[in-house]
Ligand binder design. Structure first.
Ligand SMILES: CC(C)(COP(=O)(O)OP(=O)(O)OC[C@H]1O[C@@H](n2cnc3c(N)ncnc32)[C@H](O)[C@@H]1OP(=O)(O)O)[C@@H](O)C(=O)NCCC(=O)NCCS
Length: 161
Protein backbone atom coordinates (compact mmCIF):
# COMPACT_ATOMS: atom_id res chain seq x y z
CA UNK A 1 0.00 0.00 0.00
CA UNK A 2 1.32 3.38 -0.95
CA UNK A 3 0.23 6.47 0.90
CA UNK A 4 0.96 8.89 -1.93
CA UNK A 5 4.56 7.81 -2.61
CA UNK A 6 7.23 9.35 -0.42
CA UNK A 7 4.88 11.93 1.01
CA UNK A 8 2.51 9.79 3.00
CA UNK A 9 -0.31 12.27 3.06
CA UNK A 10 -1.36 14.91 0.59
CA UNK A 11 -2.90 18.24 1.40
CA UNK A 12 -6.37 18.38 -0.08
CA UNK A 13 -6.69 21.07 -2.68
CA UNK A 14 -10.12 20.28 -4.04
CA UNK A 15 -13.40 19.28 -2.58
CA UNK A 16 -13.79 16.17 -4.75
CA UNK A 17 -11.91 13.81 -2.42
CA UNK A 18 -13.84 15.06 0.55
CA UNK A 19 -17.20 14.56 -1.06
CA UNK A 20 -16.44 10.94 -1.88
CA UNK A 21 -15.11 10.31 1.63
CA UNK A 22 -17.74 12.10 3.66
CA UNK A 23 -19.72 8.90 4.25
CA UNK A 24 -16.57 7.15 5.54
CA UNK A 25 -16.42 9.72 8.33
CA UNK A 26 -19.86 8.77 9.61
CA UNK A 27 -19.86 6.47 12.59
CA UNK A 28 -22.40 3.64 12.31
CA UNK A 29 -22.38 3.68 8.55
CA UNK A 30 -24.45 0.50 8.61
CA UNK A 31 -27.25 2.63 10.03
CA UNK A 32 -29.75 4.71 8.11
CA UNK A 33 -27.15 7.00 6.49
CA UNK A 34 -25.68 4.52 4.05
CA UNK A 35 -23.83 6.26 1.26
CA UNK A 36 -22.37 9.54 0.09
CA UNK A 37 -25.57 10.80 -1.50
CA UNK A 38 -27.67 10.18 1.58
CA UNK A 39 -25.08 11.92 3.75
CA UNK A 40 -24.94 14.93 1.43
CA UNK A 41 -28.73 15.12 1.45
CA UNK A 42 -28.66 15.98 5.16
CA UNK A 43 -27.77 19.64 5.77
CA UNK A 44 -26.36 18.93 9.24
CA UNK A 45 -23.82 16.60 7.61
CA UNK A 46 -23.40 18.28 4.23
CA UNK A 47 -22.17 21.49 5.85
CA UNK A 48 -18.97 19.65 6.78
CA UNK A 49 -17.97 19.63 3.10
CA UNK A 50 -19.98 22.23 1.18
CA UNK A 51 -17.77 24.97 -0.16
CA UNK A 52 -14.67 23.43 1.41
CA UNK A 53 -12.02 24.76 1.75
CA UNK A 54 -12.75 28.21 3.12
CA UNK A 55 -9.89 30.34 4.50
CA UNK A 56 -8.28 28.63 7.49
CA UNK A 57 -9.56 25.17 6.60
CA UNK A 58 -7.09 22.35 6.11
CA UNK A 59 -7.25 18.72 5.15
CA UNK A 60 -5.15 15.69 4.38
CA UNK A 61 -6.03 12.69 2.29
CA UNK A 62 -4.57 9.20 2.14
CA UNK A 63 -4.49 7.56 -1.26
CA UNK A 64 -4.17 3.94 -2.26
CA UNK A 65 -4.79 4.70 -5.90
CA UNK A 66 -8.11 6.39 -5.13
CA UNK A 67 -8.61 8.32 -1.91
CA UNK A 68 -9.16 5.95 1.03
CA UNK A 69 -9.16 8.29 3.99
CA UNK A 70 -9.28 11.93 4.92
CA UNK A 71 -9.11 14.22 7.90
CA UNK A 72 -10.17 17.81 7.54
CA UNK A 73 -11.08 20.94 9.41
CA UNK A 74 -14.25 22.96 9.06
CA UNK A 75 -14.92 26.42 10.45
CA UNK A 76 -18.64 26.75 10.97
CA UNK A 77 -20.35 29.91 12.21
CA UNK A 78 -22.45 30.22 15.35
CA UNK A 79 -25.71 30.12 13.34
CA UNK A 80 -24.72 26.89 11.56
CA UNK A 81 -22.99 24.95 14.33
CA UNK A 82 -21.44 21.55 13.85
CA UNK A 83 -21.90 18.78 16.41
CA UNK A 84 -18.53 19.64 17.98
CA UNK A 85 -18.91 23.44 17.86
CA UNK A 86 -16.94 25.32 20.50
CA UNK A 87 -16.68 28.75 18.91
CA UNK A 88 -16.43 30.21 15.44
CA UNK A 89 -12.62 30.42 15.64
CA UNK A 90 -12.07 26.77 16.56
CA UNK A 91 -12.13 24.43 13.58
CA UNK A 92 -13.96 21.14 13.96
CA UNK A 93 -12.20 17.99 12.86
CA UNK A 94 -13.76 15.21 10.79
CA UNK A 95 -11.99 11.98 9.93
CA UNK A 96 -12.89 8.88 7.99
CA UNK A 97 -11.16 5.88 6.47
CA UNK A 98 -13.04 3.57 4.11
CA UNK A 99 -13.95 0.29 5.83
CA UNK A 100 -11.57 -1.81 3.68
CA UNK A 101 -8.56 0.18 4.91
CA UNK A 102 -9.29 0.62 8.61
CA UNK A 103 -7.04 -0.74 11.33
CA UNK A 104 -3.79 -0.18 9.40
CA UNK A 105 -2.69 3.05 11.02
CA UNK A 106 -4.04 5.37 8.32
CA UNK A 107 -6.39 7.21 10.64
CA UNK A 108 -3.60 7.81 13.15
CA UNK A 109 -1.34 9.19 10.41
CA UNK A 110 -4.07 11.46 9.08
CA UNK A 111 -4.83 12.83 12.50
CA UNK A 112 -1.19 13.50 13.38
CA UNK A 113 -0.55 15.19 10.02
CA UNK A 114 -3.58 17.41 10.38
CA UNK A 115 -2.69 18.44 13.91
CA UNK A 116 0.81 19.42 12.75
CA UNK A 117 -0.62 21.44 9.86
CA UNK A 118 -3.14 23.16 12.11
CA UNK A 119 -0.39 24.13 14.53
CA UNK A 120 1.72 25.46 11.66
CA UNK A 121 -1.26 27.54 10.51
CA UNK A 122 -1.47 29.06 14.00
CA UNK A 123 -4.83 27.61 14.93
CA UNK A 124 -5.10 27.68 18.70
CA UNK A 125 -7.30 24.62 19.19
CA UNK A 126 -9.30 21.94 17.38
CA UNK A 127 -12.62 20.46 18.41
CA UNK A 128 -14.55 17.36 17.46
CA UNK A 129 -17.64 15.41 18.39
CA UNK A 130 -17.63 11.69 19.09
CA UNK A 131 -20.13 9.22 20.44
CA UNK A 132 -18.94 7.78 23.76
CA UNK A 133 -18.81 4.20 22.45
CA UNK A 134 -16.98 5.00 19.20
CA UNK A 135 -13.54 3.34 19.38
CA UNK A 136 -12.17 6.42 17.61
CA UNK A 137 -12.37 8.14 21.00
CA UNK A 138 -9.19 6.31 22.06
CA UNK A 139 -7.42 7.60 18.99
CA UNK A 140 -8.37 11.17 19.88
CA UNK A 141 -7.31 10.76 23.50
CA UNK A 142 -3.92 9.41 22.39
CA UNK A 143 -3.48 12.59 20.33
CA UNK A 144 -4.26 14.76 23.34
CA UNK A 145 -7.94 15.63 22.85
CA UNK A 146 -9.88 16.04 26.08
CA UNK A 147 -13.59 15.92 26.75
CA UNK A 148 -14.91 19.41 27.40
CA UNK A 149 -18.66 18.87 27.12
CA UNK A 150 -21.55 16.67 26.10
CA UNK A 151 -24.37 17.50 23.68
CA UNK A 152 -27.29 15.17 23.00
CA UNK A 153 -25.32 12.11 24.04
CA UNK A 154 -22.18 12.97 22.07
CA UNK A 155 -18.94 14.15 23.59
CA UNK A 156 -17.25 17.37 22.54
CA UNK A 157 -13.46 17.05 22.64
CA UNK A 158 -10.86 19.79 22.40
CA UNK A 159 -7.17 19.79 21.59
CA UNK A 160 -5.30 22.94 22.60
CA UNK A 161 -2.45 23.35 20.12
C1 LIG B 1 -11.86 6.28 13.24
C2 LIG B 1 -11.11 5.93 11.95
C3 LIG B 1 -10.94 7.18 11.10
C4 LIG B 1 -9.73 5.40 12.33
O1 LIG B 1 -9.03 5.08 11.14
P1 LIG B 1 -8.11 3.77 11.09
O2 LIG B 1 -7.27 3.89 9.86
O3 LIG B 1 -8.92 2.58 11.25
O4 LIG B 1 -7.23 4.07 12.38
P2 LIG B 1 -5.96 3.30 12.94
O5 LIG B 1 -5.68 2.05 12.17
O6 LIG B 1 -4.87 4.31 13.01
O7 LIG B 1 -6.44 2.90 14.40
C5 LIG B 1 -6.80 3.92 15.31
C6 LIG B 1 -8.12 3.62 15.95
O8 LIG B 1 -9.14 3.46 14.97
C7 LIG B 1 -10.13 2.53 15.45
N1 LIG B 1 -10.21 1.41 14.52
C8 LIG B 1 -9.22 0.63 14.08
N2 LIG B 1 -9.71 -0.28 13.22
C9 LIG B 1 -11.02 -0.06 13.12
C10 LIG B 1 -12.07 -0.67 12.38
N3 LIG B 1 -11.83 -1.70 11.57
N4 LIG B 1 -13.32 -0.18 12.51
C11 LIG B 1 -13.55 0.87 13.34
N5 LIG B 1 -12.58 1.50 14.06
C12 LIG B 1 -11.34 1.02 13.95
C13 LIG B 1 -9.66 2.09 16.79
O9 LIG B 1 -10.25 2.93 17.74
C14 LIG B 1 -8.18 2.37 16.76
O10 LIG B 1 -7.72 2.66 18.04
P3 LIG B 1 -7.26 1.49 19.05
O11 LIG B 1 -5.97 1.01 18.53
O12 LIG B 1 -7.17 2.20 20.36
O13 LIG B 1 -8.33 0.45 19.06
C15 LIG B 1 -11.86 4.84 11.14
O14 LIG B 1 -12.01 3.70 11.93
C16 LIG B 1 -13.21 5.28 10.65
O15 LIG B 1 -13.32 5.84 9.56
N6 LIG B 1 -14.26 4.99 11.43
C17 LIG B 1 -15.64 5.31 11.04
C18 LIG B 1 -15.86 6.79 10.99
C19 LIG B 1 -15.62 7.45 12.36
O16 LIG B 1 -15.92 6.89 13.39
N7 LIG B 1 -15.10 8.69 12.28
C20 LIG B 1 -14.91 9.48 13.46
C21 LIG B 1 -16.20 10.09 13.89
S1 LIG B 1 -16.00 11.01 15.40
Amino acid sequence: MCLSASVPLVRLTTISSLRCLVAAACWRLDGPLGDVQSVLARPELAHYVSGWPRPGELGVVAEDGPPVGAAWLRLLPEHDRGYGFVDAETPELSIGVVPTHRGRGIGSLLLKALVLSARAQRHEALSLSVEPDNPARRLYERCGFQVVGAVDGTLTMLLVL
